[in-house]
Each structure stands twice: as C-alpha cells, then as structure tokens.
Ligand binder design. Structure first.
Ligand code: F6R
Length: 596
C-alpha cells in the first residue's frame, strides 16, 4: 500500500524528515520511493527511484533537493510497473507542480486522453499523473494555486489521498477521499501523512481528515470542506508506542490484515462494478471469452483457484483447479483452455513453472495476482490485479478474500452469470465483513478449544475450499493438526479420527439441499461426541446440532464463502495467539516460495 509523508518545516531539516518518514512507512510494502521539495522563490525539485529507501538515499547523496516544504511517497504499483518514471512524485509539463497520491483514480484514462489532446505530455503510466496536469491547467487559466488544486481534485473520481506542492508556494495542498490522511502538529512544524508512524517520532498531536476534506499547510494549518468552509477539527493525542505503530495498534500484522479486508475488498471492486446497472467492466483486460479454464496455484491461492473453478463451472465454462506443483507431472489436455495462475506474490516458483508449461503447450495464460510487475504479471499474456495491498504476515488473509472477489469479477466479465444477484452481494461484502469483524465470537471459541488435539473443517460447494483454507490457516500458525474435508467425504474414512477431542467446524449457509446434507454430516460427528462449531447465517437449523455458533451475515452463497473464511481466520489467529506462536512469521515458512 502506498505511503505519503509531507512536511512544512525548516530548510535544513525537511528533506531528512521526509526520508525518515518514508523509512517509517516501509512496513506497508512498496516498490519505489521519491521526494519533491520547494522553498521560498525556488522551483520544485524531485528525486525518485524504483527500489528501496536506501536506493533513494543513494541518489540523494549526489543530488539533494532542498527547500522547507516537501512531500514524499512510497509506491506500491497499481498502474504501470515499478520503475523510476512511475515512482511518485509526478509533475506537470512545466515542472512547477508535484503530486503524490494513494488510491485509484477511476476516470484517469478519459482525463488523460482529454489532457493529451489539449497538448499535455505524460511521462508515466500512472493514474496519478493526471493530477499535476489538471493543476497546471487551472494555473494556466488564471486560478490561484489553492483554487487550481481544488478544481483538479473536483475532476477526479475514485479513492485518493493527494498532496501537492507548487513552485513559489511554501504550502502543501492536500485532499482525501476513501484513503487515509492525517496531519501532525508540532509547534511551528506541520506534517501530513497517510499513516501516523511517518511522523510519530516528532509529534503525537494529530488531526484526522475525513472523506471530502481538504488541508492546507504553510505557517499554519487549515482544514476545509468541499465548499471551502473552514472546519473546526479536533486535535487528538496518539498514545501508541512508536515501535508498534506499523501495526496500527494491532498485536500482529495478521490481525491487522484480517481487519483490513473491508478496505481490500473495496479496492478490488472499485471502478470494476457498475453501482447502478449491476454490470462488471474489467477495463483493458482484453477479450478472454474462455471456452475452458485450468487454474494453477499453490496453498491458499490453490484454495481460491478451487473456488474460482466452481464459479466458472456455474457459468457454464468447464474449469479445473490444479496444484501447480503437480501440473507438469500429469499434464491435462490443454485444447484452447485459458490457464489462470492465481498467485498473491506472482513469484511462486511452482506456479510460474506450471504457467510456463502451459504457455509452452500453446495455452493463453492469465495471472491473477496482487503484485504489479511480478514475474507472473510480466510473463503471462494477460494480468488481473486483486489490489489487496501488501500483505506482511506470512499467512495469507486479505489476499485470499480479494482473490475470491477478483475471481467473481473475472467470471462475470468473461463467462457471464447471474450478474444481477452477484454484483449486489459483492458490493455488500466490505460492509458485511466489517459487521462480522465487529461482532465475532472467534476469540471465545479459541479459548474453549485451544487444547484440542486436532481441528476438522467441513463444507460443501463454495464452502469446500473454505474448509481447506480454514484448516491450512490453523496448521500454519498454531502448529497443530488440522484437516479440511468436503463434508460428504468425512464418512469415507476421516470419521475414524473424530473424537470428543476434535472440534469440527461446519460451514453451513442458506437453507437448501446442500445445507441439509451438511447438517446430516454434522449429526454424524455429533454422534461421535465431537464438539461442533457451526459457521452459519442462521437460515438452516444447523444450530440445533452445534455446540457453538459463529455467525455470518445472510447473503449470496458465493459471498458467504468469503465471510465464513473470515471467521475461520479469526479462530486460527486467536488459538495461535493463546499458544504464544510466532504468528506473523510461522516457523519453516516464507512469504514468497521461490523454489520448486
Ligand atoms: C498460506 C500461504 C501460502 C501461499 C502459497 C502461494 O497462508 O500464504 O500457502 O498461498 O505459498 O503463494 P502465492 O499466492 O504468492 O503464489
């Protein structure tokens, strides 16, 4: 996730403050970084680079921008690969305006086309670059800098936290919509950032901006609404220990990332579903029209692939999910199948190898990934980004939810389906996940069952991959035995393992034949004295046979599979936490597995 820092201070300190702030934002993940400074009567000086903060520092040793006013940025690519040109800040044609931005500008292509026609030259692939050019237009039309900034912001749609500096102005102009922005106040020095850690070493006095608000920092600070009315904002004191601020008050990145899921899902859906018409538009993905689909993936991403294969099958397109490491061993007939690699990192060796094998055999390939510019994104014929933002915890959480959402979009856009009922359910997902997070009993369940010898997870249909994923999460971070089963399979062998010491998590939503059959399986384990935790929306009578219930909001079955998984993430997290495990870095595991 991109990070923003800004400071209005003293000439000799601002650059150092910005670089310090960028280093503090490193935990969010990034692929490039840059700064822009300006001062009394001077132009805007930019230094930016793909790579790490240390690479930027190296560049700054030879060419140090100076000035009392500056903005800085760590970029996590969404539009265009991670390279120097795409790094922020971005400037206009004159070089007098510099802008940093977090979020996604949905209408950037039409604005860019319009600006190009009227003579502007673009130097990057980013959506952000339209903003400095829009400000330039306003200035050229005689607006004062603040009015030009406001007009530019008024032209864009989407999510943004934006900060701009303009030559000759010792001011930072900023605005936010659906992307965080916070001011830091330290006597005569003012800061602005996407996240408190960026300036927490300097001050604990903060002002949080709300959506639709604008800020102006110079020798004072002001926050205004969209009409320019000055707002009376509360100054708050942040209590966090600077060391812990990367986790925003959560004990672990995993828990933070579980709670980031509403936002990750919103980012995934943004600009891709038509709020009113209920249609799906994946922009420049191209015409895929698959007649058959083969998924290749590993681990959690494989579970998302199993879910995705069901989505395509329901849309009438034959689809199979393969463990990437097994794909080459028994290569399936490829025909004219579209081969889809699902990979958060885009760097998993097994998945890359399967994609290359598919490509060698003439298949079209598509990467569904979180990582812009990753090997999978570069090597595949097509790429579709899940936009979950960087995931620091080794255990995949928010990226799984975003993979599920992205695969729904992909299916609807390329194979069709019941858009009218699925799109509203997808749109409701962020809110439903939030409601579940606010009200989950997962911590109580973890307390009751932390000593169990094994955990079993069962589900049918869309809930089968979720059962597998629930078990994987439990294994990974608690180091305890856990297995996921298709509910109907339990009686074909695994039932022998079921005892009063093996809690069974049964995912049952809706009230239909599938729910009735899973309830039958629940009765089988209940008869063997196993405790049952029902993950349910309460539509069926599964609760009658369950010892405990984890509730999910009522919704479309596809969306219910996302929600049920969030409850299971929380159970695994709380069990692991009670056992004192190394949750963010479980033993023997790596975030990106680059060997076969
Ligand atoms: C589990 C987990 C792993 C990954 C797997 C594939 O929490 O994170 O199972 O899902 O290693 O990684 P990607 O998605 O990067 O290809």
């Amino acid at each position: 996730m991109c990070g923003i820092i800004g400071a209005v201070g003293r000439d000799d300190e601002t650059l150092e403050t910005l670089v310090h702030g960028l280093a503090k934002l490193e935990y969010r993940g990034y692929d490039s970084a840059g700064v822009a400074l300006t001062g009394d009567g001077s132009g805007v000086d930019i230094c930016k680079r793909a790579g790490e903060i240390d690479d930027l520092r190296e560049s700054l040793e030879t060419r140090s921008p100076s000035g009392a006013v500056g903005i800085g940025h760590t970029r996590w690519s969404t539009h265009g690969p991670p390279n120097d040109a795409n790094a922020h800040p971005h400037k206009d044609c004159t070089g007098d305006v510099a802008v940093v931005h977090n979020g996604i500008i949905e209408n950037y292509q039409s604005v860019r086309d319009e600006l190009t026609t009227s003579g502007h030259t673009f130097r990057s692939d980013t959506d952000t670059e339209v903003v400095p050019h829009l400000i330039e237009e306003g200035l050229a039309n005689g607006l004062d800098p603040e009015a030009a900034f406001r007009e530019a912001v008024g032209r864009i749609e989407g999510s943004y936290a934006i900060a701009a500096v303009i030559a000759g102005e010792e001011t930072i102009f900023a605005a936010r919509n659906d992307s965080p922005l916070v001011l830091g106040l330290d006597n005569e020095i003012f800061y602005l950032a996407s996240d408190v850690p960026a300036f927490r070493d300097f001050t604990d006095q903060v002002v949080y901006l709300a959506d639709g608000e604008f800020a102006r920092l110079d020798d004072d600070w002001t926050v205004t609404d969209a009409d320019g009315t000055v707002l009376d904002k509360d100054v708050e004191t942040v209590e966090w220990d600077p060391e812990e601020t990367g986790k925003s008050g959560y004990d672990h990145y995993m828990l933070k990332e579980i709670h980031e899921q509403p936002r990750a899902l919103r980012q995934c859906l943004r600009g891709r579903v038509d709020e009113l018409g209920g249609s799906v538009d994946l922009g420049d993905l191209g015409d895929l029209s698959p007649t058959g689909v083969q998924f290749v993936a590993c681990g959690t991403s494989y579970h998302a692939a199993l879910y995705g294969a069901q989505l395509f099958e329901h849309a009438g397109v034959p689809a199979q999910a393969f463990l990437a490491s097994e794909y080459a061993a028994s290569p399936p007939p490829i025909g004219d199948a579209l081969v889809i690699g699902v990979t958060q990192s885009g760097e998993t060796a097994d998945t890359l190898s399967a994609l290359r094998e598919a490509s060698r055999r003439g298949a079209r390939t598509l990467a569904v990934t979180n990582t812009v510019g990753s090997t999978a994104a570069r090597e595949c014929d097509h790429v579709f980004y899940i936009r979950a933002g960087p995931e620091i915890g080794v255990a995949a959480t928010k990226t799984f939810a975003s993979q599920q959402a992205a695969l729904n979009l992909l299916t609807l856009a390329t194979a069709g389906g019941d858009t009218r009922s699925v799109v509203p359910a997808l749109r409701d997902l962020p809110g439903n996940v939030q409601a579940l997070l606010d009200d989950s009993r997962a911590a109580d369940i973890a307390e009751i069952y932390e000593d169990a010898s094994s955990y079993f997870f069962i589900g049918r249909g869309y809930h089968y991959p979720v059962a597998l994923e629930g078990a994987l999460k439990m294994k990974e971070i608690t180091y305890k035995h856990a297995e996921g089963f298709a509910a109907g399979e339990l009686k074909h062998g695994p039932l022998a393992l079921v005892t009063e010491d093996t809690p069974v998590f049964a995912i049952v939503t809706g009230d239909n034949e599938m729910a009735t059959k899973t309830i039958g399986n629940v009765k089988e384990v209940e008869a063997r004295d196993a405790p049952v935790v029902a993950v349910t929306d309460g539509q069926s009578d599964v609760e009658r046979y369950a010892d405990h219930v984890l509730r999910v909001p009522e919704t479309h079955p596809r969306a219910a599979a996302v929600l049920a998984n969030v409850q299971l993430q929380l159970v695994a997290y709380h069990v692991a936490n009670r056992l004192g495990r190394s949750i963010d870095k479980p033993r023997n595991l790596a975030k990106s597995v680059t060997v076969e």
